[in-house]
Ligand binder design. Sequence first.
Ligand code: GLY
Length: 363
Amino acid sequence: MADPAVIRVATDAAYDVMVGSGLLGTLPDLLGPEVQRVAIILPDDLWGPASAVGDVLSSYDVVGLPVPPGEDAKTAEIASGCWEALGDAGFTRTDAVVAVGGGATTDLAGFVAATWLRGVRVVHVPTTLLGMVDAAIGGKTGINTRAGKNLVGSFHEPAGVLCDLDLLATLPAAELRSGLGEVVKCGFVADPEILTLVEEHGVPDPRSPVLRDLVERAVRVKADVVAGDLRERGGEAGRPGREVLNYGHTMGHAVERASGYGLRHGEAVAVGCVYVAELARAAGILADDVADRHRTAFTRVGLPTGWSGATYGDLRERMAVDKKSRGSSLRFVVLEDLARPRILTDPAEEHLRAAYDVMAGGA
Ligand code: GLY
């Protein structure tokens, strides 16, 4: 077993993300010496990892908190059930939450940990690629309401994140590909070596060194971005800061919602990245070869590069609503070149439309 990579997220409350195989045994190190009681929040269908984590934590006073799989866990009702269970267990400030599951589970568990006694330790053990490279890192926590996803939440950084690649061995292939959508995004905005790797290897075997390299690289990209701008206030000299992680997400969120979540998140992000590359090309910001490379890279990992399931007007409206939280302007993270992101505000309508025509034609 190769040594794990330890990637520091250097925020004020700095923490480590460990990436490697056979890592579950190191969970107590991330919990720290004071913790006596541990609440494990995990989807109620995740039997394998649940019993492995239970074995590792057998010397603690463990409270098991099974929650529904996926986004169904991210409700006020489920969060309230977790708070009541923590209260019944007499959970104190020196106890800790361990989240085992995909991004929805770590979002919920992070929120429960952020709010119980105004904040207790949480360690994330993501079991999906998307969770490892995105949701479990960076301290965003939240639940959904009728009006939309993640509208209630807080920043609460974990005490540590344990990315045990063995947990990906049983991940459905479509979920692995979806996670690669965010990995490839990191390649475009910050680490082009990721693009070279996926172009050479396509979808890597979950146990291969290539996947480990990709996870490490994507985690480093996110760790660097978050360390510079945890609360998404913007980067230096007008650069995007944490918002850069939203590359491809303005259109990505619109197609994800318009598809009724029939498209997985990483699939929608791939379509959104192709769209925004076409937008930057139409606006004269991005050279043809880099714009074209979006199609090549996402295709290599089996992700869609076009979608025609909704009209331009529908998606235009959805993008505008999405961005109203930032004021009335339509904002995109675009590339000037590989690893050179910037913000484009209120692009010309003809460029928005031209990029849609390419995206819809490439479905
Ligand atoms: N997933 C985007 C972010 O963490 O900011």
